[in-house]
Design a protein around this ligand. Structure first.
Ligand code: DC
Length: 232
């Protein structure tokens, strides 16, 4: 019998290790990895290209409606295309990170991206990471994980990641950006970052990515087993 494929939602603040972990889990299970944050980033990038201020909710929503975002599997991760243009590296620039957290506060933008995310995950067999995946996008996800880590550790990880990608940054500034973004993500009116009541909380501060992947894969296998024997 074909094994049932579940939906795994991974939420948490920036720098908690979501991308690395979600990608690792997807690889181990043969699932599709979806980075929902990349979609908000693509919108912010496109706004910048068109000279639309990210805080102009109406124009950003209009721009989102006409924007085609594709997430393609690539040898070293995921390739992000905005209207056919490869923006994989461009969307990681600090100003796009800031813009993404602003466009993510607009309800009309979120509605459109959430609808797209639901379409992508409708058949199951996905690991989707973001801020509202377990709470809003897939409230019925079979496995919900909330990844967290201390602010210092998350700033350090983000800083190293940026340096690796050749983005100029300073640790102290990265820390301030992380804190600022945390605040905006947690206090916005629409779908703020919250931990779903049924999410498994994992503090990754002292864990390696491999260790976290192992924990989640084990939980996922258990869920698949349970659903086969009709216990969920
Ligand atoms: O995960 P990330 O840093 O790439 O996300 C970029 C921004 O988008 C961040 O400020 C939070 C926001 N976001 C969101 O509001 N909802 C999601 N599901 C994913 C990201």
């Amino acid at each position: 019998m074909q094994q049932r494929k579940i939906v795994i939602a991974i939420d948490g603040p920036s720098g908690a290790g979501k991308s690395t972990v979600a990608r690792g889990v997807a690889e181990r299970l043969g699932y599709l990895y979806v980075d929902s944050g990349a979609m908000y980033r693509a919108v912010a990038w496109a706004a910048g290209e068109q000279g639309i201020p990210c805080d102009d909710a109406e124009r950003v929503a209009g721009l989102t409606a006409g924007l085609r975002i594709d997430l393609e599997k690539a040898p070293n991760g995921v390739r992000v295309l905005a209207n056919g243009r490869d923006v994989t590296a461009a969307i990681r620039a600090p100003e796009v990170s800031h813009g993404a957290s602003v466009v993510a506060t607009h309800a009309a933008v979120r509605e459109q991206l959430v609808a797209q995310q639901r379409r992508i995950g409708a058949a199951g067999g996905i690991v989707m990471e973001g801020r509202d995946i377990g709470s809003v996008v897939f409230p019925g996800a079979e496995l919900k994980i909330f990844l967290d880590a201390s602010v210092e550790e998350r700033a350090r990880r983000r800083y190293l990641q940026q340096r690796e990608m050749g983005v100029e940054s300073a640790l102290e500034r990265t820390r301030k950006e992380v804190e600022e973004r945390d605040h905006r993500d947690a206090t916005r009116e629409v779908s703020p970052l919250v931990r779903a009541a049924d999410a498994v909380y994992l503090d990754t501060t002292a864990l390696t990515a491999d260790e976290v992947v192992q924990v989640i894969v084990r939980l996922a296998e258990k869920k698949v087993e349970e659903s086969k024997s009709g216990r969920v």
